[in-house]
Design a protein around this ligand. Structure first.
Ligand SMILES: [Zn+2]
Length: 261
């Protein structure tokens, strides 16, 4: 049994059209970069955060926080140091999820085999989202390349969810209140998981309102993907693992500082 704690390591700004397909590319919204701590029999961390920004940017995205300091500060909230982590699970190898993985010297590191392979040779539109210098050093660490779904411990299961990337994995976690699914960036926010049935208003980075019209779909695709049909298949697979209310999106602002259950 585990308790799930999303810890904010940085804040990143992206166009709304990245968050959901066909969204406005001229409006910028802010979102947290999380590392997810699982408190239980082992010390488990999911994802390793983003680099420290240079001139306020990481790969052209405005970022605040981040880097080793951002990671240590985040883990301090649960009184853990990177060196104490037993298991590090990387949902995928995009630059905002893997940057500080080299700090986890004593962890077994889990990545999907097909994610590993495609990260070295990504499709053209993903060349800027994979940064080889961030993940190549993992070759010399205790890395485990997993082929598909895998149980890696009591109450801890890797779930292959391709679509956003070729080998994205979620993590099914047993808790006192049933199974939760940490979905990685398969869903960025609740907007992708629970598309609005009525018009809604959200705030951009400058505090101005953005109107979002109803999206008459069971799930609203993320703006970046490698295969949209697979993405939908994976969305239904996610529902077969956990109740919709127990699925946690990768960059959802409203869950900062909360624990699940
Ligand atoms: Zn991300």
């Amino acid at each position: 049994m585990y308790v799930i704690k999303p810890l904010k390591q940085a804040e990143i700004t992206a166009p709304l059209g990245v968050v959901h397909m066909l969204g406005d590319m001229t409006r910028l919204i802010g979102g947290p970069v999380y590392v997810w701590y699982l408190e239980g029999e082992k010390k488990v961390l999911i994802d390793a955060g983003i680099e420290e920004p240079v001139n306020g940017l990481v790969h052209n995205f405005p970022v605040s926080g981040g880097g080793e300091k951002g990671l240590r500060d985040a883990l301090n909230q649960v009184n853990v140091k990177p060196e104490e982590i037993d298991i590090l699970i990387l949902t995928h190898l995009h630059f905002d999820h893997v940057a500080n993985a080299g700090l986890f010297h004593n962890a077994r590191i889990y990545v999907q085999k097909r994610e590993w392979e495609s990260a070295f040779n990504p499709p053209p539109h993903y060349r800027l989202t994979y940064d080889q210098k961030l993940f190549q050093p993992l070759e010399n660490m205790d890395i485990c390349l997993v082929d598909g779904d895998a149980e890696i411990g009591d109450g801890l299961k890797l779930v292959l969810l391709p679509g956003h990337t070729k080998g994205l994995q979620g993590v099914a976690v047993e808790t006192e209140k049933g199974t939760y699914l940490i979905a990685g960036d398969h869903f960025y926010t609740y907007l992708n998981l629970n598309p609005p049935k009525e018009p809604i208003e959200i705030e951009d980075v400058t505090g101005n309102k953005i109107q979002i019209q109803p999206i008459p779909l069971p799930f609203a695709p993320v703006g970046l993907h490698v295969d949209l049909s697979e993405w939908y298949d994976s969305s239904y697979k996610a529902l077969s693992i956990a109740r919709r209310a127990n699925i946690l999106p990768g960059h959802e602002p409203s869950i900062a500082g909360k624990s699940f259950p």
